[in-house]
Design a binder for this molecule. Structure first.
Ligand SMILES: NC(=O)c1ccc[n+]([C@@H]2O[C@H](COP(=O)([O-])OP(=O)(O)OC[C@H]3O[C@@H](n4cnc5c(N)ncnc54)[C@H](O)[C@@H]3O)[C@@H](O)[C@H]2O)c1
Length: 351
């Protein structure tokens, strides 16, 4: 694959917003392995446990900056002659967005136009990938799924609206008016090593399997979701970024990605529990779904990778079962190390 060629990535100055997060951490690791200079910004403590655990922290440059601070963004972009950017910073916690929509709108919408405005003034930038989400589409009936890139965005809940707004703003910057080299991604749910936000389904279930705490249901288990493995997502980001860098005609393109399968939440938990020989936990969790109502969230979502495949021949390498097992094993090792066990316990106490 051309996009994995180290000669391309070696020495490139790459900005990752939200580097302290799950996908930012995984992508930084992958790009460091390819010889890139990684510059990351994040508003939280400047130490990412995943990057520390994986031994990557000392190989990247980090800034603690709130993405709403445009002046600082501009300075960082200029000082580091940024050539490639992955915009991943966002307030992603759906529970927080239901309680504090303002912070979600500030970070996800204002943060996005601040960043794009700062990049507009850059002389070195050649490729910007903005992470939108399947949530931007809003609710469509099951017979209209999987989503297609040309579907209207019609979200109603705060997180979903914030992603759709950022998505449309990014498209505006890519037009002939501004000619910013932007590609927008709308991916399905992502899972894998380093997802240390325990309100997400798969880490939540794994923590219960590893006996850190009880599983906390957010739905009745019957809603359908599509899941992409994070290593496939990093591969995809590199594929899109490389192609946009090489060819400006991809400016303004939007790409969905998912596996084309809607798995019920219940079936994901069942797979994880059965793979790890814990059928009794599955039976306990199943009981918690009874009478649980889902509010403020889209019912069913899944996507294809049809367009990316048509453009670049890309397809996911990981089957769900393989990704789940790798993820479980990563958490089991991570949680076994004393420092990290303590980190998780502290995180759970703070919640
Ligand atoms: N995880 C998924 O399933 C998924 C699916 C589709 C799209 N996405 C999108 O991918 C991106 C990354 O998601 P993730 O799962 O890694 O999330 P994450 O919460 O793990 O990471 C987000 C990062 O953004 C940073 N951040 C938050 N507010 C900030 C602010 N005001 N200023 C600077 N940094 C700030 C956080 O510190 C964190 O490092 C997001 O844009 C998300 O909407 C995620």
């Amino acid at each position: 694959m051309n996009y994995l060629n180290k000669n391309f990535w070696k020495g490139k100055n790459i900005l990752i917003t939200g580097i302290n997060g799950f996908i930012g951490g995984n992508l930084a690791k992958q790009l460091v392995d390819h010889g890139a200079n990684i510059i990351g910004i994040s508003n939280t403590q400047v130490k990412n446990k995943f990057l520390e655990y994986e031994g990557v922290l000392s190989k990247i440059k980090l800034y603690k900056v709130n993405i709403v601070n445009q002046k600082k963004l501009e300075d960082i972009i200029k000082q580091n002659s940024i050539q490639i950017c992955f915009h991943l910073a966002a307030q992603v916690d759906v529970n927080i967005s239901k309680i504090d929509p303002h912070e979600t709108f500030e970070t996800n919408i204002r943060g996005t136009y601040n960043l794009l405005e700062s990049l507009r003034n850059s002389k070195t930038i050649k490729s910007i990938i903005v992470a939108s989400s399947d949530k931007a589409y809003g609710e469509y009936p099951l017979n209209k799924l999987p989503y297609k890139e040309h579907y209207d965005l019609r979200p109603i809940y705060p997180y979903d609206v914030s992603k759709a707004a950022a998505d449309m703003i990014s498209k505006a910057y890519s037009t002939d008016l501004f000619k910013l080299p932007v590609i927008i991604t709308r991916f399905a749910n992502i899972y894998g090593p380093g997802q240390l936000n325990f309100t997400a389904l798969i880490p939540d279930c794994i923590l219960a399997l590893l006996r850190f705490r009880k599983f906390i249901p957010r739905s009745n288990g019957r809603n359908k979701r599509d899941f992409l493995y994070v290593k496939d997502v990093c591969d995809l980001y590199m594929c899109l970024s490389f192609n946009l860098y090489k060819n400006n005609r991809f400016r303004g393109e939007i790409f969905n990605a998912g596996t084309r399968t809607g798995y019920t939440v219940d079936s994901i938990i069942k797979k994880l529990c059965y793979q790890t020989n814990n059928k009794s936990l599955y039976n306990d969790i199943k009981k918690t779904f009874l009478n649980k109502k889902t509010t403020g969230e889209i019912q069913h979502q899944f996507m294809t990778y049809f367009k990316i495949n048509k453009f670049f021949g890309w397809k996911p390498k990981y089957k769900l079962e393989q990704g789940l097992l790798e993820t479980y094993n990563w958490y089991a090792n991570f949680c076994n190390k004393n420092d990290y066990k303590e980190f998780i316990n502290n995180k759970l106490i703070k919640k």
